[in-house]
Design a protein around this ligand. Sequence first.
Ligand code: HEM
Length: 146
Amino acid sequence: MYGVFIYRIVFPTPVGTVRVIQENCAIGGYYIPAGTIAHFANNTMCRNPKYFDEPDIYEPERWLRESNTTLKRRQSFIVLPFGFGPRNCLGRQFAEHQIYVAVIKLLLRYRIRLTNPDEKLEVFYKILATLKTPLNLQFEERNNNR
Ligand code: HEM
């Protein structure tokens, strides 16, 4: 769950969890026949002010229990980048550990800065979230002999 902050701002998949409804049912007053493909719009909900105050602001503190947040700010069930339930992502732990190990190794060795901090980075979806333009970074080697 510790990566949830980043996945809200840039949701990794274009829509969110998808399921084929197995039985005729009624949800929220809507009749849904079996066989309907249901898309949970996690991606758009993550940036919707109805659920998150100032949704475009990166504010990881909003998730802290002790912060002055309302329940509205703690919509963790919306931020489901790896899906949910028995068919959720099998590789989640593997993927997250790989990401953290790679980032930590880089940060131990380099100070990393954006070449142009004012540049607005835009994302589009090529199956998964992808940057429109290259991410230009400056790497300055640290003198700690690691
Ligand atoms: C940041 C990287 C990744 C993201 C965001 C991601 C996301 C997802 C999502 C959203 C699903 C569908 C879950 C659902 O419908 O509830 C899924 C399924 C799956 N993922 Fe990942 N995934 C990632 C990395 C990986 C890796 C590295 C592996 C394998 C080593 C993997 C293996 C799988 C498998 C096998 C399923 C199908 C599970 C099933 O249908 O029972 N994923 N993933």
